[in-house]
Design a protein around this ligand. Structure first.
Ligand code: ADP
Length: 306
């Protein structure tokens, strides 16, 4: 039986400008992007599954087909009659990107509303990945359900991985955001924050402060991403710095952190060497920021060389 990596969250319909007022349709979302890169980088003895909720409309069908085509398992996805996926649009004005979202009534908000289904999915996996965005979109009781499930998985010795991905706009208050993100970290083995978010929203004045805060909560391993600077790993107390790769021309930083997480986890699961996994992930993320879009195809990731 293959080993299963399970990513839990929301994948949205993405509309981007295609010129002449035309829009191009795609699919993306932080936890899905990470699953995409795990799949691209991890060998065939692992299955990668996505856990979310979708509707029963044509757009939900198309998204499932897209996920499936990426080699990511869709059998655990909850389908809810009469619902639809969330949607966002990337606006471009004078070279600056901004985002508009239609996600308040997205089916994904109900992904944890069927606790038995969620439990079965988590129990079937060896690695469980979720994010602060996953928690932010859920009604409060459902976020509690998800947290209880991942705590159970952690207690059972599974690798539970959490990216805080702090998005204040998705939370009803700073207080709830701080408490719930901290609970997400406490329920995880490995936390993968981005330093600029942590500094802005938790007031951390250094990478050390971020590491200390998450370790104090009970996370065992921490990987702090810091853009073009590189990453600092603290694995069971042992600290290593891994610089970012030099990038000639940064084209689009969308999903830099998601791709780093995916590549890191894939390599870490295969070889168990965290600093080596971070060096590999820095190469993959460097390719991702050199291309347009959140999802860069395997052929363009330069995997064979490194
Ligand atoms: P996030 O997208 O979550 O904010 P970061 O900006 O920290 O994450 O980027 C994640 C990873 O992507 C970094 O650790 C680095 O490896 C790579 N990366 C991001 N920006 C650059 C850049 N300008 N040059 C090279 N690598 C980069």
């Amino acid at each position: 039986m293959s080993r299963r990596f399970l990513s839990i969250g929301e994948c949205m319909v993405e509309l981007s400008q295609a010129g002449d007022g035309l829009l191009r349709k795609g699919f993306a979302g932080d936890t899905f992007n990470t699953a995409w890169y795990v799949r691209a980088c991890l060998g065939p003895d692992w299955s990668v599954d996505y856990f979310t909720a979708l509707g029963d409309d044509a757009m939900s069908d198309e998204m499932v087909a897209f996920i499936d085509k990426a080699g990511i398992g869709t059998s655990l996805i909850r389908r809810i009659r009469g619902r639809t996926p969330g949607l966002y649009m990337i606006n471009l004005k004078d070279g600056e990107r901004s985002f508009s979202y239609w996600r308040d009534s997205a089916a994904a908000r109900s992904l944890a509303a069927d606790p038995d289904r969620l439990r079965e999915a988590v129990e079937s996996a060896e690695v469980v990945y979720f994010s602060g965005i996953t928690l932010a979109i859920l009604p409060h009781e459902d976020a509690e359900t998800l947290l209880a499930e991942v705590r159970r998985a952690k207690a059972a010795g599974k690798l539970v991985v959490f990216d805080p991905n702090i998005r204040p706009r998705l939370w009803s208050s700073y207080d709830i955001m701080h408490t719930t993100i901290s609970e997400g970290a406490r329920s995880s083995m490995l936390v993968m924050p981005s330093f600029d978010d942590e500094a802005a929203h938790f007031g951390d004045d250094s990478i050390e402060a971020t590491i200390h805060r998450y370790r104090a909560l009970g996370a065992v391993h921490i990987v702090v991403k810091n853009g073009a600077e590189g990453v600092t790993l603290n694995f069971a107390g042992e600290q290593t710095f891994v610089p970012a790769e030099k990038v000639e021309k940064v084209v689009d930083t969308t999903s830099a952190g998601d791709s780093f997480n995916g590549a890191f986890l894939a390599r870490y699961l295969e070889a168990g060497d965290a600093p080596a996994a971070a060096r590999f992930a820095a190469k993959v993320a460097a390719r991702v920021v050199s291309e347009h879009g959140a999802l860069v195809v395997r052929e363009k990731l330069g995997l064979d060389g490194g």
